[in-house]
Design a protein around this ligand. Structure first.
Ligand code: GLA
Length: 410
């Protein structure tokens, strides 16, 4: 069943990609007149810092059920993930099966026999928020019914079920204009009577950073993440490729409007522990939504240590909401800097190479006065050094990082 679905999905995605290529994805060329809508209600302020949560797709694909979601909700609380800040649980594709005679979207009755309201209630009872997935096309990427032509009906249904988050995908959209299609769903959600985060998933093709800020709370900037250090597999990209595609998008992001380099792969087994530390560190520098994508019921010590590193999370969640930048690059070595609230800085020394490297970040790169004294906290070792002036550095492991917070002191 899963295998079959996997194969069907590959064909469907290929078809969706080919359709997009044929029709072109120029943002404005194909706007249908009825889609030139204005948003009257302001965007609800639901994501002043990058959202944190869990999503079913990376680990479970179409293999979702109410039992799985209940168990993930329980594990989110029991593991400490909720206390660490992960507060939203999102069911990705394949929860939906059909529409009834009135056009109402129906969950798969075999996998969700108690219905979505009961499941949302359960998730809420664990103190978590509840999210669902749909698509702006006639079908979702997994071939389930999409929301095209049912936007207001679906938004009302989600609100009635108690949905707090909608991830809205871009398969089977034919010649639709992305900005117009996402505006329509944003309008439907804002008129639904419930505060719902809109997670735009258009894969970055039409530069959503240029138009999505007033429409959604976060927007995907790339195709799917692949649980691998680097490279490309069909429509998915390894870690280094995703980082490179996001490095220059910093100006688009800010409170309530975030670049989304896709969900986390930490704990899914395709990368080493060192590489997952780099993954998590770079997501924090990118002010990325931290959406875990692993099985929360079975986390080893390293997975927990990485996903619940409070200091790295604190960088991600910095209230200034300014995305970090790559300020220096030479061969396989990179220095990333993020300006934090209150004059603090975060820095990542990133070694993509195969040999250890001695690296440093200078006060000039951090945009700090040359003689300023600072306290430096190493966010992975926990080591604190006082009275540091001018630069800070160390030996960085292959594929690894040193990540520090630099706090100016009198
Ligand atoms: C697209 C999205 C993924 C996931 C799948 C579901 O590929 O980019 O994140 O939602 O669809 O089919």
């Amino acid at each position: 069943m899963v295998l079959f679905e996997g194969r069907v999905m590959k064909c469907l995605r290929w078809f969706a990609a080919a359709t997009a290529l044929c029709v072109g994805l120029s943002p404005s060329a194909h706007a249908a007149p009825h889609e030139t809508l204005k948003l009257d209600a302001p965007k609800p302020r639901l994501a002043l810092t990058p959202p944190m949560g869990w999503n079913s797709w990376n680990k479970f694909g179409c293999n979702v059920s109410e039992q799985l979601i209940r168990e993930q909700a329980d594990a989110m609380v029991a593991s400490g993930m909720k206390a660490a800040g992960y507060n939203t649980l999102v069911i990705d594709d394949c929860w939906q099966k059909s529409r009834d005679g009135e056009g109402r979207i129906q969950p798969d009755p075999d996998r969700f026999p108690s219905g979505m309201k009961a499941l949302a209630d359960y998730v809420h009872s664990r103190g978590l928020k509840f999210g669902l997935y749909s698509d702006a096309g006639v079908l979702t990427c997994g071939g389930r019914p999409g929301s095209a032509g049912h936007e207001f009906q679906d938004a009302r249904q989600y609100a009635a079920w108690g949905v707090d988050w909608l991830k809205y995908d871009w398969c089977y959209t034919g010649p639709r204009n992305p900005e117009a299609a996402y505006t329509l769903m944003a309008k439907a959600l804002r008129e639904s009577g419930r505060d719902i985060v809109l997670s735009i998933c258009e894969w970055g093709s039409s530069q959503p950073g240029k138009w999505a800020g007033s429409i959604g709370h976060l927007w995907r900037t790339t195709g799917d993440i692949w649980d691998a250090w680097k490279g490309k597999k069909e429509w998915s990209h390894g870690l280094l490729d995703i980082i490179d595609m996001n490095a220059d998008l910093w100006a688009d992001a800010g409170p309530n409007a975030w670049n989304d380099p896709d969900m986390l792969e930490v704990g899914n087994g395709g990368m080493t522990t060192t590489e997952y530390e780099s993954h998590f560190s770079l997501w924090a520098m990118l002010a990325a939504p931290l959406i875990a994508g692993n099985d929360l019921r079975q986390m080893d010590a390293d997975t927990k240590r990485i996903l619940m590193n409070a200091e790295v999370i604190r960088v991600d969640q910095d209230p200034l909401g300014r995305q970090g930048r790559r300020v220096w690059r030479q061969g396989d070595l990179e220095v990333w800097v993020r300006v934090l609230a209150g004059g603090e800085r975060a820095a990542v020394l990133f070694n993509r190479g195969e040999a250890p490297a001695d690296m440093k970040v200078t006060w000039e790169q951090l945009d700090l006065a040359p003689r300023l004294k600072a306290e430096v906290l190493d966010l992975w070792s926990g080591k604190k050094t006082r009275g540091v002036v001018g630069e800070v550095g160390g030996r960085v492991a292959p594929h690894g990082v040193i990540m520090v917070r630099v706090t100016p002191t009198p």
